[in-house]
Design a protein around this ligand. Structure first.
Ligand code: FES
Length: 293
């Protein structure tokens, strides 16, 4: 069985769900208030923070592995290992924040990812202690073992992102199915005031759900699938979040600025795809903006 087939199978195994749920609750209790979680999600950045932060430990540890192969550069390798150990802490916190808002299959693989990363980090800490006490050979054995485990764990993380779609913007994926034509969403007067309504847009072969929000004579139209995990935004609510009128997802509470689509509250880190709108004889017309054509 290939590693990827094993991971797919692992994502279906419910054996450890109770322990995983306890860990999820502990993460949610520790990462409070919501502002802390949003900082770790990358909501303020408009991009997931975890893949940005992991560059530092991964890059430091890979570089240390190269420098350790050259005897006169080994002191520099020790510095890089220490850098990686320090940088692993914020990377782990941002990963834990994202993991706590994922669906069950991703959480199962994420638990494996976290265990492997903890093992790798422990080996690197052991390596630093060994190097500090003059046992350089042991230090190098421990750090190369840590590198191997960290590499395997990175493959698990990649599988979560790419095969399980835990990281990409689901609204951008849904937007790709839309044609670039103007879509007639019906009369303005048919839209309820101040709450999202389901409309559909022309896709290549399927209708794409849209969420339309009317505020007086103004209408904001978004792709209906939430950027976080495809939650139905047209079943959400309009609320003021951090001083802005937002469309709030009913699944995990992500809030998107009605004016811009930018995330104002996580777990979403990516903006929500927004359509251009114009009025034509009292009817609402919408289409994807130019960047999609
Ligand atoms: S699907 Fe998670 S916040 Fe919308």
């Amino acid at each position: 069985m290939s590693l990827m087939a094993f991971l797919d199978r692992w994502a279906d195994v419910p054996t450890y769900d109770k322990a995983i749920e306890s860990a999820r609750r502990a993460v949610n209790a520790a990462l409070r208030p919501q502002g802390v979680k949003d900082l770790l999600h990358g909501t303020w950045l408009g991009h997931s923070l975890h893949p940005v932060l992991v560059q530092v430990p991964v890059g430091s540890w890979v570089s240390a592995g190269v420098l350790d192969a050259i005897p006169r550069l080994r002191p520099a390798a020790t510095v890089l290992i220490g850098t990686g150990v320090a940088a692993a802490v914020p990377a782990a916190l941002s990963g834990a924040a994202d993991w706590s808002e994922q669906d069950v299959g991703v959480r199962r693989l994420g638990a494996l990812h976290a265990l492997a990363n903890t093992a790798a980090l422990s080996l690197y800490v052991g390596s630093l202690l060994a190097r500090g006490s003059g046992r350089g050979t042991l230090g190098r054995v421990l750090s190369y073992a840590g590198l191997g485990i960290a590499g395997g764990s990175a493959a698990v993380g990649g599988h979560m992102s790419y095969a399980q779609s835990s990281g990409p913007s689901h609204s951008a994926t849904a937007a790709r199915a839309l044609t670039s034509d103007w879509i007639d969403l019906g009369p303005l007067d048919d839209l309820p005031e101040g709450k999202p309504a389901l409309r559909t847009g022309k896709g290549g072969s399927v209708a794409v759900p849209l969420a339309a929000v009317r505020r007086g004579a103004r209408v904001d139209v978004f792709v209906g699938a939430c950027a976080h995990l495809s939650g139905p935004l047209y079943e959400g609510a309009v609320e003021e979040v951090r001083g802005e009128q937002c469309l709030v997802c009913p699944w995990h509470g992500s809030a998107f600025d009605l004016d811009s689509g930018s995330p104002r509250r996580g777990p979403a880190a990516n903006p929500q795809e927004k359509l251009e709108v114009r009025m034509e004889a009292g009817r609402v017309m919408a289409r994807l903006p130019n960047r999609h054509r």
